[in-house]
Write a protein that binds this ligand. Structure first.
Ligand code: G6P
Ligand code: MG
Length: 221
């Protein structure tokens, strides 16, 4: 861990819990389209881009939609989801997450976001974290979804940070795979931790403070 200088956080399921809102959005769309859906299927959507989720939904339903239809349906789900996100506020940012981030920053780490979500900046704004991170790589600056490493590589590039100096924090199995494809170690929380994937399994977000000691010795570098 001595070589870690930057921590790249996934957003949904790591910094905040938007799982329920995503699930409700997809469930509503699946109901509209007559496709069976469940929380278990929703787990497959973690870390996966919106249009890639739409492809999975089409496959589950055994349907064949045109590209225009898929865009229309994904937009419908997103509008539903955004409406639910509108109810989020800084109260939805857990004290544990905020104090851990603040302490990591005080210890000298750069903190960035690596999320597939195109709603990243909106969610950060709802949580009162607008302008907090040193860089943001999200669904608006990538063409390939996790498990492709693009989103994490870009996050490191935005800081001009070598990839091996970055640690990823993820809740998605696809996200841990993306970190490894980027040549980065991954600390797992949530679903990824429960499935025992990742180089470090965090029982709780603040376990990061045990993994990442102060970087004060860097002052002499
Ligand atoms: C995150 C979530 C996924 C979601 C993706 C795209 O990675 O874990 O479940 O599909 O973002 O989100 P968006 O907000 O752009 O629809
Ligand atoms: Mg996630």
């Amino acid at each position: 861990m001595e070589n870690i200088k930057a921590v790249i956080f996934d957003l949904d399921g790591v910094i905040c819990s938007t799982d329920e809102q995503h699930y409700q959005g997809w469930q509503a769309l699946a109901d509209r389209l007559g496709i069976p859906f469940s929380r278990e299927v929703n787990n497959r959507f973690r870390g996966v881009s919106r249009m890639a989720c739409m492809d999975i939904l089409e496959e589950i339903g055994g349907k064949h939609y045109t590209d225009e239809e898929k865009v229309e349906y994904a937009t419908w789900k997103n509008d539903y989801y955004r409406e639910l996100l509108g109810e989020m506020s800084p109260k939805d940012l857990s004290e544990e997450v905020k104090s851990t981030l603040d302490e990591l920053r005080a210890r000298g780490y750069l903190l960035t976001i690596g999320s597939s979500s195109k709603n990243t900046r909106y969610i950060l704004q709802r949580l009162g974290l607008e302008g907090y991170f040193d860089a943001i790589s999200d669904g608006t600056n990538i063409v390939k979804s996790k498990p492709d490493p693009e989103v994490f590589l870009k996050s490191a590039d935005f800081l001009s940070m070598p990839y091996e100096n970055c640690l990823v924090v993820e809740d998605a199995i696809s996200g841990v795979e993306a970190a490894h494809a980027a040549g980065m170690k991954a600390a797992a929380v949530g679903d990824a931790a429960e499935n025992n994937v990742g180089d470090y399994i965090l029982e709780s977000f603040s376990d990061l403070l045990r993994l990442l000691p102060g970087r004060n010795n860097d002052l002499n570098e």
